[in-house]
Write a protein that binds this ligand. Structure first.
Ligand code: FAD
Length: 310
């Protein structure tokens, strides 16, 4: 069996793997797609000490750092089920894979990440990274002085609009429902800003572009039924971040949003099972945060192994 088995090979899982392997314990990583969301990212400018890099470059660097150590990387493998130590015959934690194989470990770190909910309208995929963005902390500065829209009037959408209003020329916030769903304090702040327009009852229907990048957005006014267009350079989609935790339902405590509940040490509700990164309740989904949390979960797992004499 493994001493530490990591499920997920993004920034959190990679950091966890390096920290575990450096303790000289048997470490494995199972990943559906090693590199994670980083593979889908164009420019990265907030990974401190690296002024600028690209997603695929950082993903390759993550993998080569992990491969410096004796880590068993099982790429292109999806975990489907976790069986707690107390329910397994030999008191080891079991991870069942879609391939039918079962892996056993004394401790497990879950770092299966998350994915942004998409609008599913024409043009969204085509202009992803060319005007369509999902992370204001990451891509906001790229739209300095330009016009952008934020899709979604929940807390994350309204926070994004406030944040962006300080950087860009103008922000249009579009909400599908007839009112914003964000907390009143955020709504008040948003309404106090001179360069923000709020449009409710707006169903986005298409991302418009010139073949190179985004040039506008089309929506339907759900009250009048009229089709409308806005000229702009950027669209931030803020309609939800979905944690990749469906496979864990019923095995450990998840928040109402499906995030794995972790304490300050990265412990979950199951003994010997730790979690890190975007899949957890830890706020602010960023590479540098996921890596720090992965390192922390790994050290917690190591402490668990030595304390419990596992
Ligand atoms: P992920 O990167 O999501 O990795 C999850 C891993 O788990 C993957 O290997 C995946 O294949 C695997 N996995 C999932 N389910 C299973 C399963 N059932 N079995 C096995 N493996 C599984 N952050 C920044 O800090 N700066 C940026 O500039 C930036 N730009 C971004 C741009 C885009 C377009 C996106 C989508 C995100 C961006 N982010 C950025 C956010 C950043 O990518 C994430 O915060 C970070 O990747 C989270 O790391 P993670 O390891 O928790 O999860």
């Amino acid at each position: 069996p493994f001493d530490v088995l990591i499920v997920g090979g993004g920034p959190a899982g990679s950091a966890a793997a390096v920290y575990a392997a450096r303790k000289g314990i048997r470490t494995g990583v199972v990943a559906e797609r090693f590199g994670g969301q980083v593979l889908d990212t164009m420019g990265i400018e907030n990974f401190i000490s690296v002024k600028e890099t690209e997603g695929p470059k950082l993903a390759a660097a993550l993998e080569s750092h992990v491969r410096e150590y004796e880590v068993d990387i099982m790429n292109l493998q999806r975990a489907e089920k976790l069986i707690a130590a107390e329910h397994s015959a030999d008191k080891l934690i079991e991870i069942q894979l879609a391939s039918g194989a079962t892996l056993k470990s004394r401790s497990v770190i879950i770092s299966t990440g998350a994915r942004w909910r998409e609008m599913n309208v024409p043009g969204e995929q085509e202009y992803r990274g060319r005007g369509v963005a999902y992370c204001p902390h990451c891509d906001g500065p790229l739209f300095k002085g330009k016009r952008v829209a934020v899709i979604g009037g929940g807390n994350s959408g309204v926070e994004a609009a406030i944040d962006l209003a300080g950087i860009v020329a103008h922000v249009t916030l579009l909400e599908f429902g007839d009112t914003l769903r964000a907390d009143a304090v955020l709504q008040n702040k948003l309404r106090s800003l001179a360069n923000v327009t709020i449009i409710t009852n707006a169903q986005t229907t298409e991302v418009l572009g010139n073949g190179q990048k985004v040039s506008g957005l089309a929506y339907t006014d759900r009250v009048s039924g009229n089709a409308q267009q806005i000229e702009l350079e950027g669209i931030f989609v803020q309609i939800g971040l979905l944690p990749n935790t469906d496979w864990l339902k019923g095995t450990l405590n998840l928040s109402p949003r499906g995030e794995i509940e972790v304490d300050s040490h990265g412990r979950t509700s199951l003994p010997g099972v730790f979690a890190a990164g975007d899949a957890t309740t830890t706020p602010f989904k960023q590479i540098i945060i996921a890596m720090g949390e992965g390192a922390k979960a790994s050290l917690s797992a190591f402490e668990y192994l030595i304390r419990d004499g596992k």
